[in-house]
Design a protein around this ligand. Structure first.
Ligand SMILES: C[S@@+](CC[C@H](N)C(=O)[O-])C[C@H]1O[C@@H](n2cnc3c(N)ncnc32)[C@H](O)[C@@H]1O
Length: 255
């Protein structure tokens, strides 16, 4: 992380960007949103149809990982950076009423939207809590699965997120996530561009460093694959081509 990185400015920009994702999902973003994206990434159309459509409209994920997560009825799941709630509500359908899903996010407008949609749809086994994913408001060894979609790249201290994920997982628990990584290191100019950071490019780490951070937190990587994901704007596409910016999904387990 460059010493010139203004972490506070980045956080403000990330919250501004995802407030707009919650409130005006048809706006102009560097990245795609919504149902068509989710279906292309591999979400099951029937299961997606059971998720409130306004959550799907604001879906800003970068990959599909629910086959890797292999969620079972009755399991406890936490979604890191739950946004407008699509992944958490989709997970709620998989774990059923005997399971429980907790979404964590720090953007108030995303939390308000996700809570409203869960409430309106009568989904009582999902909750959305305000918090930072680098410091989860959850007890040790409480979760069967940690999921996250397009979020950890947005956090300056990625290692802290994986240490927290490992802490809250039960032994044998799974980390199943999708995120943006790069093949080449990004230049300081890109990393310090708050617009590209909030669009999931500037904060993207090199893939090998990302995987090393997961293993450094004590998790064992089981599978990694590349997703059919592309950014929309010319600026984002240009950076993607030059530095090999790509989306991956992965499964890791806690011994
Ligand atoms: C790409 S969106 C998540 C998409 C979501 N999985 C969905 O289903 O649409 C990123 C989310 O992560 C949240 N976020 C980013 N950094 C965070 C942090 N450090 N702690 C908590 N939430 C964070 C943002 O507020 C935003 O809602």
């Amino acid at each position: 992380m460059p010493s010139t990185l203004d972490v506070q400015a980045l956080e403000t920009k990330v919250k501004d960007m995802y407030r707009l994702v919650a409130q005006e999902p048809t706006g102009d973003f560097h990245f795609e949103l919504g149902r068509e994206l989710a279906l292309r990434l591999g979400y099951d159309a029937t299961r997606l149809a059971a998720v409130p459509s306004q959550a799907v409209d604001s879906f800003a994920g970068v990959g599909h990982f629910f086959d890797l997560a292999d969620l079972q009825p009755g399991e406890r799941v936490v979604d890191l950076g739950s946004g407008s709630g699509m992944d958490a509500l989709y997970a709620a359908g998989l774990v059923g009423a005997t399971g429980r899903v907790t979404g964590i996010d720090f953007t108030i407008e995303q939390l308000a939207k996700a809570r409203g949609l869960a409430n309106d749809s009568g989904t009582t086994h999902v909750e959305f809590r305000e918090g930072r994913i680098e410091q989860l408001p959850l007890p040790d060894a409480a979760m069967d699965c940690v999921i996250s979609n397009g979020v950890i790249n947005l956090v300056p201290d990625k290692q802290a997120v994986f240490v927290e994920a490992a802490r809250v997982l039960k032994p044998g628990g799974r980390l199943a996530i999708a995120d943006i990584v790069t093949e080449e290191p990004l230049t300081e100019a890109i990393v310090c561009n708050v617009d590209l950071w909030a669009s999931c490019i500037g904060g993207a780490p090199q893939e090998e460093r990302y995987l090393a951070a997961i293993e450094g937190a004590g998790l064992v990587i089981r599978e990694v694959r590349t997703n059919p994901y592309e950014f929309l704007s010319d600026q984002a596409r240009g950076a993607s081509r030059t530095y090999g910016v790509k989306s991956i999904s992965l499964l890791a387990t806690k011994p």
